[in-house]
Design a protein around this ligand. Structure first.
Ligand SMILES: CC(C)(COP(=O)(O)OP(=O)(O)OC[C@H]1O[C@@H](n2cnc3c(N)ncnc32)[C@H](O)[C@@H]1OP(=O)(O)O)[C@@H](O)C(=O)NCCC(=O)NCCS
Length: 183
């Protein structure tokens, strides 16, 4: 039986191994990573799928601003253990995550990914048409979904990270500020 639950820090090493297996190459070079690095995922929106205690799926969503002052979530990365891909877990995780995001009051979700996969959940490139990302990206893979009708209407401009800094980065930031003040 597979359980989908909130990600816990003890899942992190297995999550990173799963992401390395599913995204060969330098996954950290992706532009979407610029919106995630140093940030915490949105509260209640980091998921771990486990089977017999072993991590078999991961999905997280992140706070961003979709143009000035327009809150949205960035979805990803989504990955399923290659041994059980094609058996429905990715879809179940997507439905669970989008349902949770909606129930938490979020209005819009953006992602960069394979349109033929994400279209089945309602993602559409037209909803992200006016937006850009802080780095190179393929327009055909930059997609949006409205959880609340109109949440992305007229959205334009740069997507920026807006999530809370992760504690490790917040400490590094404080040290940097203190050093600059002392210099
Ligand atoms: C993409 C991924 C998360 C899907 O999870 P999954 O559990 O294998 O998917 P599901 O079983 O829910 O859905 C399977 C369906 O999605 C399709 N599908 C899977 N990956 C796809 C892709 N990259 N593009 C288009 N369709 C895809 C399958 O052909 C299948 O179609 P069908 O329902 O018509 O038979 C998983 O395959 C994975 O981790 N892939 C590697 C990492 C990755 O590519 N992540 C995100 C995509 S940007």
């Amino acid at each position: 039986m597979i359980e989908i639950r909130a990600e816990h820090c003890h899942h992190v090493p297995a999550r990173e191994r799963l992401l390395d297996a599913c995204f060969p190459g330098n996954r950290r070079a992706k532009t979407s990573e610029r919106l995630r690095e140093g940030r915490l995922p949105a509260r209640g929106l980091a998921f771990a799928a486990t089977r017999a205690g072993r991590l078999v799926g991961t999905l997280r969503l992140w706070h961003v601003e979709a143009g000035l002052g327009r809150p949205a979530l960035l979805l990803g990365p989504l990955a399923v253990d290659p041994a059980i891909q094609g058996q429905g877990l990715g879809s179940v995780m997507m439905q669970a995550a989008l349902g949770r995001a909606e129930s938490l009051g979020h209005g819009a979700v953006l992602l960069v990914g394979d349109a033929p996969y994400y279209a089945r959940f309602g993602f559409d490139r037209a909803l992200a048409e006016g937006l850009t990302l802080p780095g190179p990206f393929e327009r055909d893979r930059f997609l949006g979904l409205e959880l609340r009708p109109g949440a992305l209407a007229g959205a334009e401009g740069l997507v920026r990270a807006s999530g809370a800094l992760s504690p490790v980065d917040a400490v590094a930031n404080e040290v940097g500020v203190a050093r600059r003040r002392a210099a």
